[in-house]
Design a binder for this molecule. Sequence first.
Ligand code: GUN
Length: 282
Amino acid sequence: MKILDGKLLAKSLNDELSKKILSYNNEYGRKPHLLVILVGDNPASQVYVKNKEKKAAEVGIKSTIIRLSKDVSENNLLKVIDEANANISVDSILVQLPLPNHINSNKVIDRISIEKDVDGFNSKNIGLLALGRPKVIPCTPLGCYKMLESILDLEGKKVIILGRSNIVGKPLSFLLTNKNATVTLAHSKSKNLKDLCLSSDIIIAAIGKPNFVKKEWVKENAVIIDVGINVIEDKNGLRKIVGDVDYEDVIKKVSFISPVPGGVGPMTIHCLLSNTFLLTKN
Ligand code: GUN
């Protein structure tokens, strides 16, 4: 069994990226600029945004965070996005999800200009990805792909993705299909999940259920990518972060597995930074 070390891979990719950003800065006298909009005080979102800010600075990307109250009206949020779209000093825009319930997330996401949509969640970007003509690929799916690509050839591989969210499962199914994998996109209404997993070379878990995937579901020498980030209390009442896969249970059976934390998370942030640079160059 080998650990698919996302932290290490992200570090090496970030080092490469920072060299490219340095030479861009030398040529144009400016840094790429990422604008993050954070609405409300969701604790997980606060942590994610802090991490993005820190990593952006490390590779030479300027980041600005606009913090809005959880009561902000949808109209005011849309106005902030309109201003950012029109601001030529801003290269990429990210609205941290989830948004409060009174705001229509689809409307907000589609308001971000396609030229600045660093998450690739805009319906046009998702459509282009589905058609195999991607411009900006969503960060977590792209991070999962880069991890897989670092260890194997996806062509003809049977992949099961657990979870059909708009930000991970669905775009990832398009991306891996475009890379010639045979993809099953499973979800809470799927039947025979265990059998579907057992016949797959690669399992990607993105369902948000702690330790959901057990060894009985996993084929010998399978590869596992664990997208889950779940906070649980252990036997001693201590809070800890675990994935959607029961790591200790499956570990003897798999050929590779990405840990939580230190797997997909750092790769997602790397892809946010590389997407920012892509939009900056464009
Ligand atoms: N919330 C959880 N994951 C993401 C992500 O990839 N992008 C944004 N904008 N919000 C998120």
